[in-house]
Structure formats: C-alpha cells, structure tokens
Write a protein that binds this ligand. Structure first.
Ligand SMILES: CC(=O)N[C@H]1[C@@H](OP(=O)(O)OP(=O)(O)OC[C@H]2O[C@@H](n3ccc(=O)[nH]c3=O)[C@H](O)[C@@H]2O)O[C@H](CO)[C@@H](O)[C@@H]1O
Length: 367
C-alpha cells in the first residue's frame, strides 16, 4: 500500500488553503492523504480533492464562556488525541504535517507519541499559537514568509506559501493593463470577508472620475450581513458589481482583474504574487502581532502593492489611489510584474520534498 501522510489543519481558511495545496501535491506523488481537522475546518475542506480521506477530530479550540465550558476542553482534546493515536496505530502514517490552528493538535501529539516524523508549516512571519508550541518539538518549520521569528530549538526553512492547483494553473497569466475597456476590480477580505471593505470600497469606487467609473466591473466579497446593502449601493450608483460572501472561482476573477483590493492574509498574498496582479492592501490591524501589516509591507517594498492602514482608510483617499493606478497603465503593469517576481509557485513542491526528506531521514526531524 502506498505511503500515507496526515495533514493536520483547521481554524480559518488561512490554514486550510495551503493544506489543500500540499494535499493535491502529495496525491499527485502517489501518496494517500488524510486531512485531520475539526467540524469548522471541515467547512473549508470543500475544495480538497475527493481522494483525500477526512478525519474530523473534536474541537480543541479554547472555550468561551463559563468554567463548565472550559473544563470540558481538556477532556475533548484528550479524547481527540486518543482517537488519533488509535487511528494511526491501525494505519501508520509515514509523516504528519501541521498547518496551525487548534484542530492540528490531536494529530501532532499522536504522531509525537507514536514517533511518526512531524513537520509544521507556518504561513506568517510570526508563529501562530499552536505552531509556537510545536516548533521546538518538531525541529523543522517550513516558513511561508521570511524572515519568521522562531523560538529557540526550532530551525526554519523558507519555502513560501503553497497555493492551490487552481491558482497554479493561472500562474503568470498575462496581465491586461488598464485601458479603454471594462476595468475589472476584485475586492476580497480573506476567507471570512471584511466589514471595513464593505463600508469604504463602494463609496471610493463611486467617487472615481466618471470615465473610469462607467467602465468598472466589480467582484466584491462581503460578509453575509453586508451583502444586500453593498449590492444596493452599487445598483443605485449604476456600477456593475457581483457581491458574494465567498467566490469559489477566485483564480479566474483574479486573473481578469486589473486591480485587487484586499486584506493581507498570507494565502491572499500568495495568490496575488503567483498570478501577478497589482494590489491595494488593507491589513487587518488586530491580527496577531500585526502580522498582516508585515505581510503587506513585503509586497509594498518590492513595488507590487500599496498598503493603507485601516485607521487611515477613507473613501476619498482610496479613490485617489485606485484612480491613480487605473489611469496609469505602465505603473499598473510594473506592479503586476513586481508581484510575479516575488512569487513562490513551487512552495507546495518544496514542502512535499521536505516531507520526503523527513521520512528518508535526510533532514533531522525530532519526533
Ligand atoms: C483575520 C485573520 O487573522 N486572518 C488570517 C487568516 O487569513 P484568512 O483566513 O483570511 O486567509 P488568507 O488571506 O490567508 O487566505 C484566504 C484565501 O481565500 C481565498 N478567497 C478569498 C475570498 C473569496 O471570496 N474566495 C476565496 O477563494 C483567497 O484567494 C485566499 O486564497 O490566516 C492567514 C494565514 O495564517 C493569516 O495570514 C491571516 O492574517
């Protein structure tokens, strides 16, 4: 029977998308793949190939609420670990790869107990809470962003953030700089949408000079509760727009886009660079240790994006930036090229190589 890898991930889409990219790559290399996640993570697993086995573990996320709710968590986590150990004992995986998030805990602990080689991938320049605990224990941390602050005892290797196959298929797709034709704008707030983009982007686009605004075609992701008002605003302003809580065809929409306005989550930036599109980024200021600002500044530094701090975001200011890019084709093209030059399209293959190395014993992976 072919070798099996357990991919442990959960929480938001931010952990699940790179996990999906590795799953696709390991399948293509002839491995059997199991995704270990909780019920919430499973909601983001729709894009995983059907051949990936799913193992839903009890949620290890710390409970909000009273003492009773909190007291149950260790029991749930313990149960999840015991179940993981039992499954791995029956069908021993060759490796376990964690992508962060509480749902990755049971499989990583079980692998440690059974001495199955482990590896973790961290998407941001700052380790997430769960990855921080495992980093010194697993020995090797595959990093999506560089540099990444690592605790003592952990070794990091920069591989980039793996992007899904559907994104890779659009890698370097030719960019049509803004001109005298419809102007496609993609507005995305990460896997869960962002209220601030619903508040500020529509009035900013409405404030553009008429000759620009009349040609706009907007795809905007909005939170469920905001969809109707954003749709109504665009309709009243006669701006062509599609508003959805989540687009399943981001690679296609990003490829068409002349400009992307987005939050600065790690996979969003990885998609932007692999496809190669200019962006205005509005980092989520409350992200742990402000890692989205760090992510975004990396792209700004190479000339691929402009960064606007949440606190300074106004419709007028944003309109000026959008207008400047949409009326300056050479600049938009230079930004698109800079994004592409910063891409790491081979991240999933490199991560898969690390898994191979780990089990071949070429790299030290303490278990
Ligand atoms: C609020 C927050 O803390 N977010 C974190 C979360 O990001 P979050 O969960 O928002 O995810 P990312 O920005 O990393 O990835 C979002 C992914 O969803 C895709 N997409 C988006 C909208 C849509 O309609 N359809 C669609 O397919 C994007 O193209 C991208 O591939 O995890 C990331 C990785 O740890 C972090 O860098 C982020 O800071």
């Amino acid at each position: 029977m072919s070798r099996r890898v357990v991919i442990a991930a959960g929480g938001t889409g931010g952990h699940m998308f790179p996990a999906q990219a590795l799953a696709e790559t390991m399948l293509a290399r002839g491995w059997r793949v199991t995704l270990s996640t909780d019920a919430r993570g499973a909601r983001y697993a729709g894009g995983f190939p059907a051949e990936v086995a799913r193992e839903v573990v009890a949620s290890a996320t710390p409970a909000r609420g009273g003492a009773a709710a909190k007291a149950v968590v260790p029991l749930r986590v313990g149960g999840g670990i015991a179940a993981s150990v039992a499954r791995m004992a029956l069908d021993r995986p060759a490796a376990v790869v964690g992508f962060g998030g509480y749902p990755s805990i049971p499989a990583l602990v079980a692998a440690g107990a059974l001495r199955v080689p482990r590896l973790i991938h961290e998407q941001n320049g700052v380790l997430g809470r769960v990855n921080r605990v495992f980093a010194p224990r697993v020995g090797l941390v595959a990093c999506g962003t560089w540099p990444t602050a690592l605790p003592k005892g952990a070794r990091g290797v920069h591989i980039g953030n793996p992007v899904r196959r559907a994104v890779l298929e659009k890698a370097g797709a030719s960019y049509i700089a803004p001109g005298e034709y419809p102007l496609e704008i993609l507005v995305i707030g990460g896997s869960q949408g962002a209220r601030i983009l619903s508040d500020v982007v529509p009035p900013a686009l409405a404030a553009l000079p008429m000759e620009v605004r009349a040609r706009l075609r907007v795809s905007q992701q909005a939170r469920e509760e905001d969809v109707e008002r954003v749709e109504r605003f665009y309709r009243d302003e006669a701006i062509e727009a599609e508003v959805r809580t989540f687009f399943d065809d981001i690679p296609r929409r990003m490829t068409l886009a002349q400009l992307v306005i987005a939050r600065a989550g790690a996979s969003t930036l990885a998609d932007l660079t692999v496809i190669g599109r200019p962006a205005i980024l509005i980092p989520f200021a409350a992200a742990a240790e402000d890692h989205q600002t760090a992510n975004a500044k990396g792209l700004e530094a190479v000339g691929a994006a402009e960064v606007v701090a949440e606190a300074r975001l106004t419709p007028e200011g944003l309109a000026a930036r959008v207008g400047a890019i949409l009326t300056d084709a050479p600049r938009a093209l230079a930004m698109a090229r800079a994004a592409l030059a910063h891409a790491r399209p081979d991240a999933a293959e490199r991560l898969a190589d690390l898994v191979d190395d780990l089990i071949d014993g070429k790299k030290e992976g303490r278990t």
